[in-house]
Structures are given as C-alpha cells and as structure tokens.
Design a protein. Structure first.
Length: 273
C-alpha cells in the first residue's frame, strides 16, 4: 500500500500536470459519480492535497474528488490522450489540453463538498500528518503520551491513521529502528528519551522518504553503499525487507516478525528489549 510520502509525491505530480488549467474531459468508472462529469468539465483544479494516505483534488465550485489508493491504486501522468500499457483498471481520468492524470485500480473514490470534507468518515478521524510542515515534534510527542494511545502496542499504534497519519508498514519498521525501540514496546513502557526519539523519527524518517522518493536509510551510508555497487533495494532501508541481512549499524542480522498480520523488521541488538 502506498504510504504518506508516496501519496504526497503523487499529489504533487497531479498538481504539476493538470492544476490551474481547464479540464477538457473527465470520466469516472463508477456510475454513481458520472453525474459529476459535466459539472467538472471546464473547471480548473485549484489545489491537490495529500491527506495521509488519501488525496483531495479541489475545485473552486466547492467540490472535491476524494481518493484513497488502498493496496493497488496508482496514478499515472500522461500526455493528453495517451494511456499506459497496464493490466490495471482505469477508475478516474482527468484530461486537460496537454496532460492527463489517470488513477488505476483504486476503488475508494468519491466527490464531496467542502462541508463534507470536515465530516468525511476517513478524513475527519485523521491524526496529525507527519508530512505536514505544521506538525511539530512536540505535537507528536504529546500523541505518544496521550491516554488514548500510550498503553497500546507500538506496532499497531504506528499504523493507526487516527494516531498519526501518513505512516505505514515500511515506515513503521524504520521509525522504530531509528528510535532504537523494540517492536514489542508500548509508549507507557518507553523512557522519555525513547518517546522523544520516536516523535523525532516519525517526522524525520517520513519527510526524508518524501524528499528522496522512498529512501529511509542514512544518506551517508547510502552514498557509501552506492559506491560499492549495491542496488537501490539493498541500500534503501535501515531494516525493512532486510531479514537475514546485517544491520547497517552493528552488523547483527535483521529479524522479521509478523505484527497485526503484517511484516515488521528490527535489529535485535540496536533495538534490545
């Protein structure tokens, strides 16, 4: 599933391609949304906003296209009239005179008003966005200490979009490693220093992933590994998807476990219980 950094990158790409220019054609795959097609033609998108793992395409007429990529959704930017070669199903197509933004495979798409944004079942329950410049380390630290959250296991908490939005499965493993916290811990069991490290890591790792298109490892280590001929998959992460490989810090073999039905990776030395 695309996580916050990937959705924010997609939102930026969609905005560059089709914002602030008239829409010449728009088509929805779902019959219930087709009445909006003539309403949105000739309108201009004024903003494309990432909301954690969701996206809002906003129009001056107070309508918004909401989408959530879920597991398989993917945006493509194409020259107007061109389509990618893919077995995916086209769900939404927005065309301007020069470029098109095409959303494939996503099934969670809707058109909502500005007023409905505030009460939307997904959007209204989102916690602070780790990729929003307005979100501070202090705010994230307070979330970890909040009585609603501090007795929950970190492995489930870091996937809860109502706690912090934008984090997902690879970021979960990477944030825990950077904070040097074992996956079995709960915030209530962490020291103040660990809570601060978790808060700093949640923001820093997520924002680096956005800037670097998915690299969460230390960039100096990345540069060294590149020079040694390592592939992107080998240098991209600290621990995620690296079970059986040596830790970049201590050399201990990375372990894999399952938490909440999803993979999690950690270093048993750097993240001692």
């Amino acid at each position: 599933m695309p996580e916050g950094p990937e959705i924010k990158q997609a939102a930026a790409a969609v905005a560059r391609a089709i914002a602030h220019t008239p829409i010449v054609n728009i088509s929805f795959a779902f019959e219930r949304l087709k009445p909006y097609e003539p309403i949105l033609v000739n309108e201009q998108i004024w903003a494309v906003q990432a909301k954690g793992k969701a996206m809002l395409i906003r129009f001056p007429n107070q309508l918004n296209i909401y989408s959530h990529n879920q597991l398989y959704g993917k945006w493509y930017i194409q020259n107007a009239g061109a389509y990618p070669t893919t077995n995916r199903q086209l769900r939404l197509a927005i065309h301007t005179a020069k470029q098109s933004a095409l959303l494939y495979s996503a099934s969670d798409i809707d058109v909502i008003t500005d007023e409905q944004v505030a009460v939307h079942p997904f959007l209204s329950r989102l916690g602070p966005d780790v990729l929003d410049d307005a979100t501070t380390v202090e705010q994230v630290q307070e979330r970890f200490l909040d009585r609603r959250f501090y007795r929950r296991g970190l492995t489930s908490l870091l996937l809860d979009q109502g706690f912090l939005c934008g984090l997902g499965n690879y970021l979960r493993s990477e944030v825990l490693f950077v904070a040097r916290v074992h996956p079995s811990r709960r915030p209530v069991e962490c020291t103040p220093e660990q809570i601060m490290s978790l808060a700093e890591g949640a923001i820093a790792v997520s924002r680096q992933s956005y800037r670097t298109k998915g690299i969460t490892n230390n960039l100096d280590i990345v540069a060294q590994l590149k020079q040694q001929g390592y592939t992107r998959q080998q240098y991209r992460f600290w621990v995620f998807n690296r079970d059986g490989k040596p830790c970049h810090i201590c050399g201990t073999l990375i372990l894999k476990d399952i938490a909440g039905g999803r993979r999690i990776y950690y270093c048993p030395h750097c993240q001692r219980q």
